[in-house]
Each structure stands twice: as C-alpha cells, then as structure tokens.
Design a protein around this ligand. Sequence first.
Ligand SMILES: [Zn+2]
Length: 177
Amino acid sequence: MKYILLDRDGTIIVDKHYLSDPERVELFPNSAQGLKTMQDAGYKLLVTTNQSGIGRGYYSEEDMHAVNTRMSELLSGYGVEVKAIYFCPHAPEEDCGCRKPAPGMFDQAIDDFGLDPKECYVIGDKLCDVELGLARKARSILVRTGKGRREEASCVGKADYIADDLLDAANFIIKNK
Ligand SMILES: [Zn+2]
C-alpha cells in the first residue's frame, strides 16, 4: 500500500500563523483536486503537522483538532479522505523526537499502517518536510505554496521535485509511478 505524508499549514491549507480557529481554515485552490488525483492513483493520504503553538501555549490541542476536523470536512466534500493526522505538540526547545524533521511521526505511521517508506512520498512547504522524507528514504516534494518559495533554494538537490502546488505534485507522482 502506497502512502503520501502531507504537511498541513502552507501545503493543504493556507498558513495563517498559529491557526486555531476552524472558521479560518481555507484550502489552497488546487489542494482538493491534487489530493483527489493522488488518491485516485492509489495513494492513501496521511497528514504530519508540527503544532508548536500547543507547546508554546498559543492554543490548545482541542483547538487544533477542531481545525483538523474542519479541513477534513472541506476535503471530504471533494471525495478526499485523510486516513490519519499526526501532530507534534512540542515547542522546538523541548527537543522531542516528533517535531519534523525528526522522524517520530513517520515512524508512528509506519507502525500504524505497515507502510514501506520506499513506496511513500512526503510533501510539504518546508525543508523539514523534505528532510523527513530523506530520514526514512521516502521520496519528497516541496510545494511552492505557503513558505515554499522561501525554502526552495535550500531544498534543491534534496527534494525529488519542486511543485507549484498539490496538483502539480500529483501530476509528478502519476508520471513517476
Ligand atoms: Zn514533538
């Protein structure tokens, strides 16, 4: 079974800086179509998200779940199903094993779903997403949405592809199956 591990803020939904209000969840224009294309190509979709806003005390874990639920609702309207959402609630100084690029969330997904990293893609708008893929020898794609343009230079030579958005990423994945 093939899986795609996707970042949330700046990748699927617009990065609104410590977003905690489900009313403000907004998909990027090509997010739903891109994810549907990946799903139709036989990939199951997982989300891995760094949520240091919890560790910093900016919002609660409950707030984050409400945002996740809203995102999943919006996506399900397009027939897109997110199988699981993994999150790191820690602030950077807590030095945990799950804040990307540390591979804790990927390892948890391997345990939960028995996935083979070589069959997986990791997609996000930051170097830490690309490095999460590298950590477990999965392929990785940087998207230019969110902070992607700012991160692009640091990802050249590390990411397998740099995509304009999730639809562009989906088309790359289909071509390279
Ligand atoms: Zn963590």
